[in-house]
Ligand binder design. Structure first.
Ligand code: SF4
Ligand code: SF4
Length: 269
């Protein structure tokens, strides 16, 4: 039981990653006449909740979906948003396969660089770069609304990750995927921090989610273990409530994980 409690997030991340990988491979095999017919025939676009975001404008104005986007993405979007209203961006910290693979590569980076890992970007530059993902969000919504196509897929590392072997991924998508994976050896979740449009949107729910990460000032001994373990470099030890837009609700800072003092950091109503 203790094992499952400690590793539940990792188990869920691995399960979702494997599921999306199998869905994507099966879809590609079915298109070329192979695959398993009773297993999902859905494409990667059909299981991506961000598709629901970019299709909203066209759905409201013309009443149709953007090319390749399915109604299922709207259902997924509603589920993810409801989860986020209650628990914050748990999609990022627990479910997103692109977030998971960056985290797994980051474990290698931690082995190589030890305490220096995830501290390489100058703090002033880091602060500026973190605004870039909002620009990407607005840009993606505008280009999709104007074209009626998911042009973002040409630069999307998520699409490239699960389709790199098909010959359908644009060279710029492969370059951005490579940059994302290689930079994860130095910076934890570089794509999430600096460029992910979906992370930018879901991060906003950190301000108003019903449950939030809270730190008990009275029992905290200021050891700063929570700060060191936060993948998004949030200074948990200086906050009573974490409302930082970059928190991904990974729960690494909590007393179940990093914090050595029981019931000091927890997710609370
Ligand atoms: S503040 Fe805590 S829950 Fe939020 S990203 Fe950092 S470690 Fe994860
Ligand atoms: S790990 Fe716990 S005790 Fe240490 S600074 Fe963070 S909240 Fe305080």
């Amino acid at each position: 039981m203790q094992f499952i409690k400690k590793h539940i997030r990792g188990i869920i991340q691995l399960f979702i990653f494997t599921l999306v990988l199998l869905i994507s491979i099966n879809h590609n095999l079915l298109e070329s006449g192979g695959g398993i017919s009773w297993f999902s025939s859905a494409s990667l676009h059909a299981v991506c909740p961000f598709g629901g975001v970019v299709t909203i404008y066209q759905l409201l104005t013309v009443g149709t979906f953007v090319k390749q986007i399915h109604a299922a993405t709207l259902v997924l979007l509603v589920i993810v948003l409801l989860l986020a209203v209650f628990l914050g961006p748990v999609f990022c910290g627990w479910l997103c396969p692109l977030g998971s693979i960056q985290e797994w590569i980051g474990k290698i980076g931690k082995k190589i660089f030890g305490k220096k890992y995830n501290t390489f970007v100058n703090s002033k530059l880091d602060r500026v770069l973190r605004y870039f993902r909002y620009f990407v969000l607005v840009w993606v919504i505008i280009i999709t609304a104007r074209s009626g196509e998911i042009l973002f897929q040409h630069v999307d590392p998520y699409y490239a990750l699960f389709n790199f072997y098909t010959g359908e991924v644009a060279i710029q998508g492969l370059v951005i995927l490579s940059l994302t994976l290689i930079s994860s050896l130095f910076v934890e979740r570089s794509w999430c921090k600096y460029a992910c449009p979906y992370g930018a949107l879901l991060g906003l729910t950190n301000k108003f989610s019903i449950f939030k990460i809270k730190r008990n000032k009275n029992t905290c001994v200021t050891c700063k273990k929570c700060d060191k373990d936060c993948p998004m470099n949030i200074e948990v030890s200086s906050k009573s409530i974490v409302t930082d837009l970059q928190c991904i609700r990974c729960m690494k800072c909590t007393s179940d994980n990093s914090c050595p003092i029981p019931e000091t950091v927890d997710i609370k109503f």
